[in-house]
Design a protein around this ligand. Structure first.
Ligand code: ADP
Length: 596
């Protein structure tokens, strides 16, 4: 319960009407609160100056309010006029403001603008120090009689009467202190004579101090917010990079979407990531006025770039179209993308090698099995063949029986051929290696096959390196491998096409590639082509052992096979075999291997 006498006191206090000065002070306090409120909104400099000029002009009833600011060596000027209610904003970079020029011109024909320049250059403050050691407010109620200003230039004190241009009669130039120095000027102009009182000027000086504090708070708030945005973007990129199962394309698309929100004007910013021949773009696309870019370097090679575009219509920043931090950010992002791509490529390579290993393992197991079966079948097959050949010699057979025996012999020979291929696939026959030139293998193979190609309309292109290095190889086995691949290529081009055969070498390997423009293979077929008995051909056309044999032969030569294929476009088989180096060493080792 409240005490009665307390109530009484409150009531009596309310009855006292505020004095004019108190009302004035209250109004100015409200203005200062409004200015601080703007600082807490985290507005950019342009918007901040516009709002503050608006508040001051509404409060003061002046005809023009100008705020001059010196920040990061740039000069910024925002002006609102009452009649037109328009806002003018100007950024003057250091090279253009040449303060001294303006200060010197004070001695000749000076304007209020020159005076502001001089104040911000510290010249005026030196001659008329206030208690704080800075220039005091310069103001007049009748500008037609001029404003008297004092300053020091080249060590001499000057006094100058300045007659403002235009219709204003009352002018006040009030210092804005920012971090203990004159960082700005608040300029109030009215067309009315004696518009300000000394009391009001004193209160405007307090407002100017609040303005100084507000500027500092705004700057810190904005810069903190921008740093948070940048960190959020970088954190987003790192999170995406660690996400499992995301393809590189999906990753780059997600990254590009993270970029515009990290820039100062997100709604006017768009971004692109160029990587190899692909482009990833943010949802918002703007016609750019200004752009910044950074290269994406992967393993030391530029592979693309990150580009950020700022659309027209945004105020130029004091340090160019983009913040210094943004220039650093785009470099960091491009660097991060480069690292992510390197990691993805490593992962892909690791998966490929793992698959290859698993595949090789599977093939080896099948090979052992096949070799065992082949060995077991070999003897009964030889018996069938031998006895049926004996039978054929007997003259007592009828014509029909004779034909049946021929069929048995043909089938046994076919079965023996399969057994032979299985043994080759299982690498049961060690290659007899001699110094061999792959070009000779190609020419010998084509000697038999080229006519077959011409018959079905296949053009054969030879691109054989004239000074090809030798390899240590079994020419008979390599001939078989070459023929198997070429026959497959011919079968893949029933309506004709082009077969390109190339040989080339680097320091360590000799390569043979056979490319056709045939039917190509689906991914499923491609996965299985080296598996014994895998075939897509009809019974008479294929056994599904051709490429298994090729695989066995190339593996036993320490080489590798790479296959590329696209359905409807063709296939490429590339065989790499180590180049022949030290004849004795290589052949001895192989001999030892064969002996094992
Ligand atoms: P086969 O030729 O007896 O079927 P292979 O082991 O030589 O056995 O080939 C396996 C399968 O690989 C073929 O059935 C075919 O589907 C595919 N293939 C091989 N070479 C080619 C090629 N150049 N173009 C299209 N498919 C091919």
């Amino acid at each position: 319960m409240r005490k009665p006498e307390k109530k009484k006191r409150t009531r009596s206090r309310r009855r006292v009407a505020p004095t004019h000065h108190q009302r004035l002070e209250g109004g100015f306090r409200a203005l200062s609160h409004g200015i601080l409120g703007c600082a807490h909104k985290g507005l950019l400099r342009y918007d901040f100056l516009q709002e503050v000029c608006g508040l001051v002009i509404d409060f003061s009833g002046c005809d023009s309010v100008e705020i001059w600011l010196k920040e990061r060596d740039h000069l910024f000027c925002g002006e609102t006029t009452r009649v037109r209610k328009s806002f003018r904003y100007e950024v003057i970079p250091p090279r253009e403001h040449a303060l001294d020029e303006h200060v010197r011109s004070l001695e000749k024909e000076s304007t209020v603008v020159d005076l502001c320049w001089a104040i911000l250059n510290g010249e005026v403050g030196a001659a008329t120090p206030s208690a704080l050691g800075h220039f005091k407010t310069i103001w007049t109620g009748d500008a037609s009689r001029g404003i008297s200003a004092q300053w020091t230039l080249d060590g001499r004190k000057h006094t100058q009467r300045i007659i403002p241009t235009g219709t204003c009669r009352s002018v006040a130039l009030i210092p804005i202190l920012i971090e203990d120095g004159v960082g700005g000027v608040l300029q109030l102009k009215s067309n009315k004579k004696d518009y300000f009182t000394q009391g009001e000027i004193d209160l405007y000086q307090d407002v100017a101090q609040t303005l100084g504090d507000a500027f500092v708070q705004r700057r810190m708030g904005v810069s903190l917010r921008e740093r948070v945005k940048e960190l959020r973007c970088l954190y987003g990129i790192v999170q995406l990079a660690t996400q499992q199962g995301l393809t590189l394309d999906a990753l780059l698309q997600s990254i590009v979407e993270l970029l515009p929100p990290a820039w100062l004007y997100p709604e006017a910013t768009s971004a692109n990531i160029f990587f190899d021949d692909k482009v990833f773009s943010s949802a918002s696309v703007h016609q750019g006025r200004s752009r910044q870019e950074a290269d994406i370097i992967v393993n030391g090679t530029p592979r693309g770039k990150v580009e950020v575009i700022l659309s027209a219509g945004k105020p130029e920043l004091d340090e160019g179209p983009f913040l210094k931090e943004e220039r650093r950010l785009i470099d960091t992002i491009a660097g991060e993308i480069g690292l992510i791509i390197e990691r993805k490529m490593l992962e892909r390579e690791r998966t490929r090698l793992q698959n290859q290993l698993m595949h090789a393992d599977r093939l080896a197991t099948i090979g052992q099995l096949a070799a065992g079966v082949a060995h077991e079948l070999n003897e009964p097959l030889e018996s069938i063949l031998g006895f049926s050949q004996l039978l054929k010699k007997s003259s007592s057979m009828s014509g029909q029986t004779q034909k049946d025996v021929d069929r048995i012999i043909k089938a046994s020979l076919h079965a023996r051929e399969i057994v032979r291929k299985l043994v080759t696939f299982a690498r049961q026959q060690a290659p007899e290696k001699v110094e061999t030139n792959l070009n000779t293998i190609v020419e010998d193979g084509l000697y038999f096959l080229e006519a077959r190609c011409t018959k079905v309309g296949i053009r054969v292109i030879r691109d054989l390196s004239p000074d090809l290095k030798a390899i240590a190889a079994d020419p008979v086995q390599l001939h078989q491998a070459f023929v198997n691949i070429v026959v497959n290529a011919i079968q893949a081009m029933p309506l004709g096409g082009t077969m390109t055969i190339r040989t080339f070498a680097d320091d360590s390997y000799v390569t043979l590639s056979i490319e056709d423009t045939g039917i190509g293979m689906s991914e499923d077929v491609l996965k299985n082509i080296f598996t014994p008995f895998f075939t897509t051909k009809s019974a008479g056309q294929g056994t599904g052992l051709g490429l298994s044999v090729v695989h066995g032969i190339i593996s036993s030569h320490g080489g590798s096979i790479r296959v590329e294929s696209r359905p409807g476009q063709g296939s490429l088989f590339e065989i790499r075999i180590p180049a022949f180096r030290h004849r004795t060493e290589q052949l001895t080792t192989d001999h030892d291997k064969a002996a094992d």
